[in-house]
Ligand binder design. Structure first.
Ligand code: EPU
Length: 431
């Protein structure tokens, strides 16, 4: 097991290129099961969640051919199983996308319940509501969810989501792509990766309209055939590097981004006194002066993303004055606060609100990464902190950030990996 050792307190300078979006990739890769042909998928991030998905697809009989670091060919013509086993499925929350994809393609799916929760209860009742409305039966037995379409094919339906859910929107979209008739998803999520999944499916022959709005219309088609598709850049990875510069200072050109996707984050950083210039698919970020306080409330897109909440709270912990950070998507996403306090941050959590009192400086200390984005926030804090910080449980970070150590080193960060004996508990499922 690895740890990161970061000697912070030095500004970041240079260029960083953003990888493909994790949360788009973990939707699009299982969606390739819907395709009765070969899909070439490009701009795939090289992260452990993606590798896990390749193994799950192979277990079902799909052929996965890695073409290079960021491109893969998935051939789902000869799937021989509709059952995703416990060993792999439990390790990644997004394994629930196998339900929608297999239901759509084969009319049935049995998938081990996605693993333990990190930031509160993570139910999938809205996914199930959608499948049921489309004529599928759903049962849970022995740790597995089994779902079957009536007469082997899903039927189009109107589905109104009780809350905005990224996972339910994407899962229902997958189940509907090959359904008989039309499906409408109302109160749909609007995240960039929803649009990316719709674009991927449309490029393979699906008929999906309205992705990116709260009403998505899907006309079921008979068959999806192969094609080539490139995944969008990762909004959260880009946002994380932006917060790293905001916290540590410096000037960095962030390449391969869609600036529109970054607006919700850029607006807050500007409010805090950070300079941000957009130019085509690049963002230049600069911070030399002091940081100002700000209030942040997480919301579904286009609101401020919950997946950036720990990182922005970290920056605010270095701002002048007191800020309020309200988490309105997840019940319990402040587990990192205890770790940040070790570095000297002054944060008090009251239910869904963190009261962040800015301090002059953070100082290095040993910490543990509780989950993916919390781990990223600790990296951001360590880059700004004076002295040495040792971060444990970095396997969480590597689930979602491609080569974070290499990318930060290229920006002048003093970060290295050390190998420690593997005696800690095993990974939980997140993301
Ligand atoms: N919810 C329900 N019932 C459902 C589905 C969701 O009550 O059937 C609730 C959840 O408990 C939560 C809210 O609705 O309070 C939103 O959940 P959502 O379904 O949108 O989350 P998700 O699809 O499980 C994805 C990302 C998360 C990200 C959230 C919100 C993936 C693989 N995961 O999760 O990403 O936080 O959307 O944007 O796309 C991460 O990347 O670090 C990560 C956790």
């Amino acid at each position: 097991m690895n740890k990161y050792v970061i000697r912070g307190g030095r500004p970041l300078f240079g260029e960083v290129t953003i990888s493909g979006a994790k949360n788009a990739a973990v939707g699009i890769i299982p969606a390739a099961l819907l395709v009765d042909g070969v899909c070439r998928i490009e701009n795939i991030p090289q992260i452990s969640d993606v590798t896990l998905f390749f193994s799950m697809l192979e277990e079902l009989g799909a052929r996965v051919r890695v073409l290079n670091r960021h491109a893969v060919e998935i051939d789902s013509r000869h799937i021989h199983s509709t059952r995703a086993g416990y060993d792999l499925a439990r390790r990644i929350r997004a394994s629930y996308y196998l339900l929608g994809a297999l239901l759509g393609r084969k009319g049935e799916a049995t998938v081990a319940m996605p693993g333990g929760c990190d930031f509160g209860v993570r139910p999938i009742d809205q996914h199930i509501k959608g499948f049921t409305a489309m004529g599928a039966s759903v049962s849970i037995e022995g740790g597995y969810i089994t779902t079957r379409a009536q007469n082997g094919r899903m039927k189009g339906a109107n589905v109104y989501l009780d809350m905005v859910s990224v996972g339910a929107t994407m899962n229902i979209m997958m189940a509907a792509a090959l359904a008989e008739g039309n499906t409408v998803i109302e109160n749909a999520a609007r995240e960039p990766h929803i649009v990316d999944l719709a674009n991927f499916l449309n490029s393979m022959g699906a008929d999906i309209k309205g992705a990116g709005t709260d009403s998505i219309r899907i006309r079921g088609v008979e068959r999806l055939t192969g094609g080539t598709y490139a995944i969008i850049p990762d909004q959260i990875e880009a946002g994380t590097y932006m917060t790293a510069v905001a916290a540590a200072g410096g000037q960095v050109l962030i390449k391969n981004v869609i600036p529109k996707h970054m607006d919700c984050i850029s607006v807050k950083l500007r409010e805090m006194g950070v300079d941000i210039e957009e130019n085509g698919d690049e963002i230049l970020i600069r911070r030399s002066g002091p940081l100002c306080r700000a209030n942040v409330k997480t919301m579904p897109y286009p609101g401020f993303p919950t997946d950036m909440q720990p990182q922005i709270a970290t920056v605010l912990s270095l701002a002048k004055g007191t800020s309020l950070v309200t988490e309105s998507v997840w019940d319990n996403r402040f587990k990192y606060v205890d770790e940040l306090r070790r570095l000297g941050a002054r944060i008090h959590v009251d239910g869904k609100i963190a009261i962040v009192e800015g301090v002059e400086r953070l100082t290095g200390a040993p910490v543990e990464s509780p989950d993916l984005r919390a781990g990223a926030a600790l990296v951001v804090a360590a880059l700004a902190a004076e002295g040495e910080t040792e971060i444990g449980q970095v396997q969480y970070i590597e689930r979602g950030y491609e080569d974070i150590v290499g990318k930060l080193r290229a920006l002048g960060a003093d970060i290295r990996i050390i190998d420690v004996p593997d005696m800690e508990n095993e990974e939980q499922s997140i993301g």
